[in-house]
Design a protein around this ligand. Structure first.
Ligand code: PRP
Length: 240
């Protein structure tokens, strides 16, 4: 692209590497018993590339995640049930369509907070619950620190919002909390995923489908998605 011409040699090589990996890795995975939707629309790919690019600052990272969340949520809602009600336009009577069962939105803190408002704007009638998890950097296990969820989730669709599905530990933990409350219809919305996380989710046997912009190549030894985008929480809010 024109951008690349203006970069230094090192940046140019790194950028080309990231873009090449991002293009090559979106392969279909063997997820026979779990519904996986990879949203590979050009606009989604372009936003995800901004997020992957190590040169992107926090403000632009957050903006790209906001925009990508709109696209992922839009696709996740494609089969949402509608209620039909007659309405009057200024000209005539016609069928109006309303969401019959708006999903409960559950951002996983911290990084999922960057998806919450945008999903909520798209589905204003949605309620929102919260789960706070931090992944232990040594063991890679999720450590819960907060939970605010409705007691009864039977007959309610739930959308879990988290930019990253790495080992899948955080997502499986969160979905178990939801299933314990009766949820049977859970959608995980993740900007990107590692094959290991997808497999973990599939093996869990939990009632979940995954909507993501990319299934990347692999996890590295530190549990980071490769090529990935680094740590979505740190990139949005700074390292703490
Ligand atoms: C990241 C990410 C997920 C989790 C994914 O959060 O946002 O919640 O790790 O990893 P996993 O699939 O291996 O469980 P992190 O624990 O870094 O916390 P943060 O959102 O507060 O940065």
């Amino acid at each position: 692209s024109a951008d690349r011409v203006t970069l230094s040699g090192d940046d140019d090589r790194r950028y080309a590497e990231l873009v090449t990996q991002a293009t090559v890795v979106a392969q279909p995975l063997p997820c026979a018993s779990m519904d996986v939707l990879t949203v590979d629309h050009p606009l989604a790919k372009a936003r995800l590339t901004v997020m992957r690019d190590a040169r992107t600052d926090s403000a632009n990272f957050r903006a790209a995640l906001h925009e990508l969340t709109v696209m992922l949520t839009y696709e996740a809602m494609r089969a949402a049930p509608l209620r039909v009600e007659r309405i009057h336009t200024p000209v005539a009577r016609t069928d109006g369509h309303w969401l019959a069962n708006p999903p409960l939105l559950v951002p996983v803190l911290r990084a999922g907070l960057g998806m919450a408002d945008q999903a909520h704007k798209l589905i204003p009638d949605a309620q929102m619950g919260f789960v706070g998890l931090a992944r232990d950097e040594e063991t890679l296990q999720p450590t819960p620190y907060m939970e605010s969820l409705p007691a009864d989730l039977s007959d309610r669709a739930v959308f879990v919002l988290d930019p990253m599905l790495a080992t899948g530990g955080s997502m499986v933990y969160t979905i178990k909390l939801l299933v314990d409350r009766g949820a049977t219809d859970v959608t995980a919305i993740c900007a990107l995923a590692a094959p290991e996380g997808v497999e973990h989710l599939r093996q869990s046997g939990l009632p979940v489908r995954l909507v993501t912009a990319s299934i990347d190549e692999r996890l590295n030894d530190s549990g980071f998605i490769v090529p990935g985008l680094g740590d979505a929480g740190d990139r949005q809010y700074g390292a703490v």
